[in-house]
Design a protein around this ligand. Structure first.
Ligand code: PBG
Length: 331
């Protein structure tokens, strides 16, 4: 017999669906998700990305249809990753006004003007060495030389009609440089969503296949952050805020929920984005295929925990799956 003195029974409030639903206070709406799209300049048909089940590299001719199908499901924003037809040491293909991302922006804007278009601003998909900018003689990233390149790429996206610019290269001074270039050229209305706190992570593996942007030598540890440093996030985020970032991002998400929470507490007035990266997605997909986890439950649990930690919006390869789930759950 349970003790009659046991008056506090939290489990009373978890007994059935209706009670749980009424008391639930973390809800993620599809409008808070951003769907990544990969657009390949040399393809004429969509090509499955084997490392990321359900995702494809799209030719320009397929991009509008994909954006429309996301929009119809309630996704209001996409982030664009381009794979160019050629690569060189400087990533020049990223700067062309008829480049792959620029053309994608024009096409989607013409057909679906209400879809928010975010461009991931980096050079790793465009350089033949696969690093995120210009290199010095010693093969290290040259932050200072990369800044004018980032400015040129940002302006080209702005001319094409991008809504938000999201620099992802962890280049010192990138936010200030991009902000000043945009302001001087008449694009002061375009906000910057900075990948402010981006760790050097094992979980980017599948993405590097999808975007064909693996470093050809070395790694990114000299510019992306050390996962074992628990202090540096504040310095990186504060610098980006000082340089004019409008929104901040933490990436990856699940291994960095503590950082997401601290970021929201430190900068409550700045919208916070978290990026549930390719490895976080594909491990669940492949795990579910092996019968190890229930895919939908794992998707809901991870996205919910990222939102609960403090992310206002989430970039996720589950965006479409989640929107489909939401649509079904709402009827
Ligand atoms: C480009 C970039 C990367 C990702 C987003 N932008 C790759 C990297 O930094 O190595 C990773 C996204 C993912 O894994 O889903 N710098």
């Amino acid at each position: 017999m349970p003790s009659p003195l046991l008056t506090h029974r939290p489990s009373r409030l978890r007994r059935n669906d209706a009670t749980r639903a009424l008391l639930r206070n973390v809800r993620l709406h599809p409008e808070q998700l951003i769907a990544p799209l990969f657009i390949h300049a040399s393809l004429s048909e969509p090509k499955a990305i084997t490392s990321m089940p359900g995702h494809q590299q799209l030719p320009l001719t397929a991009v509008v249809e994909e954006a429309q199908s996301l929009y119809a499901l309630g996704i209001r924003a996409v982030i664009l990753f381009g794979i160019p037809s050629y690569k060189d040491a400087h990533g020049n293909a990223a700067l062309e006004d008829d480049g792959i991302v620029q053309e994608t922006i024009r096409l989607i804007k013409a057909e679906l003007p209400d879809m928010l278009l975010i461009s991931d601003l980096c050079f790793c998909e465009y350089t033949d060495h696969g690093h995120c900018g210009e290199l010095c003689d010693d093969q290290q990233l040259d932050h200072d030389k990369t800044l004018p390149q980032l400015q040129a790429q940002a302006l080209s996206h702005a001319r094409a009609g991008v809504d938000w610019i999201a620099p992802s290269g962890m280049i010192d001074g990138m936010v200030g440089a991009i902000r000043s270039a945009l302001d001087i050229e008449g694009y002061s209305h375009i906000p910057i969503l900075s990948y402010a706190v981006k760790y050097s992570s094992a979980f980017y593996g599948p993405f590097r296949d999808a975007a064909e942007g693996s470093p050809q030598f070395g790694d990114r540890r000299s510019y992306q952050m050390d996962p074992a440093n628990s202090e540096e996030w504040l310095r990186e985020a504060a610098l980006d805020v000082e340089q004019g970032a409008d929104m901040l991002m933490v990436k990856p998400a699940l291994s960095y929920l503590d950082i997401i929470q601290k970021m929201k507490e430190a900068f409550p007035e700045y919208p916070l984005c978290a990026y549930q990266v390719s490895g976080e997605f594909s491990l669940i997909k492949f795990g579910a295929q092996q019968g190890l986890v229930n895919e939908q439950e794992a998707m809901l649990e991870t996205l919910t925990s990222i939102h609960r930690a403090g992310a206002d919006m989430i970039i996720s390869y589950f965006a479409k799956d989640y929107a489909e789930y939401w649509k079904k759950a709402c009827v």
